[in-house]
Ligand binder design. Structure first.
Ligand SMILES: Cc1cc2nc3c(=O)[nH]c(=O)nc-3n(C[C@H](O)[C@H](O)[C@H](O)COP(=O)(O)O)c2cc1C
Length: 304
């Protein structure tokens, strides 16, 4: 009998949809597998490219997990899906607002309850905290996380910190000034993602998902940068303080927030381009002397 995957996603630029297609495309092409897409549509669109104040303005609600409004989920909730694929992109180290909103829709527990759930990420390179929150949401909805695939921009952190901002603010993601590579997940990385399809396919056909997580880890689906993972923990803590500070001035769109949002902008620029690179380098040096505990931490993240 034909196996059915439900792929739930939101994508502003189309990148995350490309990631999903790269992974499940070969399955629907070669096997008896049907993929049903549920695209999450915010009631009030997030226009792309972003304008800087709006880009910074979604931080408080992203970090505090306060969802935006989305159109009702349209897929038939009684359809017996064999696997639910939840695609995610981090916004400020948290699941993006439209994805967060999916879990507030009454359809989410109906669709996920008792079902194997595969999470698929498309980010710059800081996805660990967002994924941890996502797994919490999947568990709350009664889903059974069976594995994770996280594709990232593989350019060095300092270069992608520049190219992502240019891409988000102007819509331009091409190579520029010789040293800056194209922004986002590369074409080569997308092509290589087809290697995950047979692993998912064999779990789907056998109906057994217990080995999928390890198969995916073995296929390098979850590469963890330990320095960035440590940084994420600290940054998320500070983001939460900023988020409450900004929200004390009002809800999204309230002009009273603008002063504090701009104050946050100064903090972010200072941290992103001056402090993080130094901390990152010191963590790398320090981590070289505690390989055992770092390997343990990586294994913990991969096991989520
Ligand atoms: C508001 C905002 C915040 C973001 N925060 C992060 C982040 O914390 N970590 C990260 O790796 N990427 C971050 N990104 C990049 C996104 O995860 C994603 O890769 C990019 O927006 C393209 O996704 P799309 O498929 O929605 O177009 C952020 C993007 C936006 C728009």
């Amino acid at each position: 009998m034909k196996k059915k995957i439900l792929a739930v996603y939101f994508s502003q630029t189309g990148q995350l949809r490309n990631v999903v297609d790269a992974i499940v495309g070969p399955l629907s092409a070669e096997n008896d597998v049907e993929v049903v897409y549920e695209e999450l549509k915010p009631k009030k669109a997030f226009p792309f490219p972003w304008q800087l104040d709006r880009f910074l303005g979604v931080m408080p609600e992203s970090v505090l997990g306060i969802p935006c409004e989305i159109e009702p989920v349209s897929v038939d909730q009684d359809e017996p899906f064999d696997l639910i694929l939840i695609a995610y992109q981090p916004w400020y180290l948290s699941p993006s607002l439209p994805l967060r909103a999916f879990f507030s829709d009454p359809a989410a527990p109906k669709l996920l309850s008792g079902k194997p759930v595969l999470t698929v990420g498309g980010s710059r390179n800081m996805w660990v905290r967002a994924h941890q929150d996502l797994i919490g949401l999947v568990n709350e909805a009664g889903g059974r996380p069976v594995g994770n695939i996280s594709l990232c921009d593989t350019a060095p952190n300092m270069l992608s910190a520049v190219t992502i901002v240019r891409w988000m603010m102007t819509g331009k993601r091409d190579r520029f000034l010789w040293i800056f590579p194209p922004a986002g997940i590369s074409e080569a990385e997308l092509r290589r993602a087809s290697r995950f399809a047979p692993l998912i396919g064999s779990s789907l056909l056998s109906g057994r998902f217990d080995g999928l997580r390890q198969d995916l880890i073995n296929a390098q689906a979850v590469k963890v940068n330990p320095e960035l993972a440590i940084l994420e923990e600290r940054i998320k803590f500070v983001f939460r303080l900023w988020a409450r500070f900004i929200r004390a001035k009002g809800a999204p769109g309230d002009p009273a927030r603008l002063g504090r949002i701009r104050f946050f902008k100064c903090y972010l620029i200072f941290m992103l381009y001056l402090v993080f690179p130094v901390v990152n380098l010191s963590l790398k040096t320090f981590n070289a002397f505690r390989r055992g505990s770092i390997q343990k931490r990586i294994a913990e993240i991969q096991a989520r």
